[in-house]
Write a protein that binds this ligand. Structure first.
Ligand SMILES: Cc1ncc(COP(=O)(O)O)c(C=O)c1O
Ligand SMILES: N[C@@H](CCOP(=O)(O)O)C(=O)O
Length: 467
């Protein structure tokens, strides 16, 4: 399998290279040269398989040439063996048509673990082959950071520098990152938003000297391997609900467009997806883009769903590339315009292409609270605020055929956002034992201004020299 850049001029890479590279050299994001497809029989054959068996079948075409199926299986068994639920990503029924897909049974209680537990092992395997080391630079609005740190802490060929927006993540999210005191883990709190952090990370990748000197790699969803691992649970859930005989809709609380893009990939591979509902909070750039073609960056408004307080959605570029005819040079021009003016209009082809599968819904604080209460009172489920944004959008999708089940992706455990859950439901979710005593541990992080000079000087001073 070869991967090409959305901006048309970086060299095509294989899976191993693309996993270590992160962002493409031309500033674009990597995607498979063509989508592997599963026939109805292939999908039928997934019925009754374990999560690991499903993962191996779904991901095998993407890793071909870099990993054998046996190697992939060993990594999946290790990654998903750390989840606390036997089904890894269990489905929970809420009513006759609404379902939750629980993605928070990993070590750090958010869906990020599904991909990052595997990515940590992929890094280790590929670095051992090359006898090389990497410096990971990442941006987090709360969940990617802790999941990535858990996945790579203590690995001796990796340094990780994780940027989070100071004061804009929950106390649990922050402590899950800053109480990991392994020597290769470096937390940086920037005076800015997640978008600032993400822009700084992309600038480091686009600085050829800095990138080469530190051998940068990515753990954000700019890294293709992240999305690949997330495609698996769409198959796993849909097959359990009757695919390929029955179509399934998914409602996805969305920020950086990675999770819902994985659903798009599943659909391109042949999974019968009736609809992908993009659920945003009031930071609604994706809702405006999908509803009106207006992709213009607003100011980030802090909300009770901090992980979705994002106004520039990295992976949207992958969708625009695929539905817009895969013209990398034209997209590069369009993205340069966006980077300069912070606004762009989708082309007609991009809008029409996206509207075939996607709808969107903007959920404000009242809508989120109502969904939290509905889940608790009508179905006895204490969910987290991000999942509640997804559920609110799912409940509003009343134009879907009656026989289509709607699956909301439950992206985090309520305990990560205890205050918001308690305010809405009166129930304070307790912390699962696997997280340990976060509040007794020492914290370590460095607070820095959100400037390129300050961040790169800090990283250059601490990153272990390449051997
Ligand atoms: C709990 C939670 N829900 C939803 C999202 C949004 O996912 P994505 O950025 O893949 O759209 C995030 C962050 O990415 C998150 O941490
Ligand atoms: N919500 C995310 C933001 C980063 O998204 P990613 O999927 O690109 O890593 C977070 O929790 O950090």
């Amino acid at each position: 399998m070869k991967y090409i850049s959305t901006r048309g001029s970086a060299p095509a890479l294989d899976f191993e290279q693309v996993t270590l590279a992160g962002l493409a050299g031309d500033g674009g994001l990597y995607l498979p040269e063509s989508w592997p497809t599963f026939s109805a029989d292939d999908i039928r054959a997934l019925a009754g398989l374990s999560y690991v068996d499903t993962a191996v079948r779904v991901m095998a075409p993407f890793v071909a040439g870099s990993l054998s199926e046996a190697e992939l299986r060993v990594l999946c068994e290790a990654a998903y063996g750390r989840f606390s639920h036997k089904a890894v990503t269990p489905l929970v029924q809420l009513d006759h048509r609404q379902w939750l897909l629980e993605l928070f049974h990993g070590p750090t209680l958010a869906f990020k673990d599904v991909a990052l537990q595997l990515l940590g092992l992929l890094f280790e395997k590929f670095l051992a082959r090359r006898e090389d080391r990497i410096t990971i630079v990442g941006a987090t609005s709360g969940d990617t950071g802790s999941a990535a740190i858990d996945a790579v802490a203590g690995r001796d060929k990796i340094d990780i520098f994780m940027l989070h927006p100071y004061g804009r993540v929950s106390d649990v999210q922050r402590r899950q990152m800053t109480t990991v005191l392994a020597p290769n883990v470096h937390n940086i709190a920037i005076d800015g938003s997640f978008d600032d952090a993400q822009a700084l990370v992309k600038a480091m990748f686009n600085d050829a000297d800095f990138r080469a000197r530190h051998n940068l790699s990515a753990v954000n969803s700019i890294n293709w391997a992240r999305l690949m691992a997330q495609v698996v649970y769409y198959f796993y859930a849909a097959v359990r609900l009757g695919a390929p005989e029955r179509e399934v809709a998914f409602s996805v609380p969305t920020g950086n467009f990675g999770d819902v893009f994985a659903g798009y990939v599943a659909s391109k591979m042949g999974l019968p997806v009736a609809r992908l509902i993009v659920a945003t909070n009031v930071n609604d750039i994706l809702h405006r883009a999908l509803a009106d073609g207006d992709y213009s960056q607003g100011t980030v408004i802090p909300t009770a769903t901090p992980s979705m307080d994002i106004q520039v959605s990295s992976n949207f570029e992958r969708l625009l590339f695929d539905v817009g005819g895969r013209d990398g040079l034209a997209l590069a021009e369009q993205m340069r315009g966006f980077e300069a003016s912070k606004a762009m209009r989708l082309t007609n082809a991009q809008q029409e292409g996206a509207s075939r599968l996607f709808t969107s819904h903007r959920v404000d604080a009242d809508g989120m609270n109502l969904a939290l209460r509905w889940a608790y009172e009508a179905a006895g489920q204490v969910i987290d605020p991000h999942s509640a944004v997804g559920l609110a959008a799912a409940l509003a999708a009343d134009d879907l055929p009656a026989d289509v089940p709607v699956v909301t992706l439950a992206t985090a455990h309520g305990a990560k956002f205890r205050d918001a859950v308690e305010r809405a439901t009166g129930v304070r979710p307790s912390m699962p034992a696997r997280v340990g005593s976060l509040f007794d541990r020492e914290e370590a992080y460095t607070r820095l201004p959100a400037t390129y000079e300050a961040i790169t000087a800090h990283i250059a001073g601490l990153a272990t020299a390449r051997q």
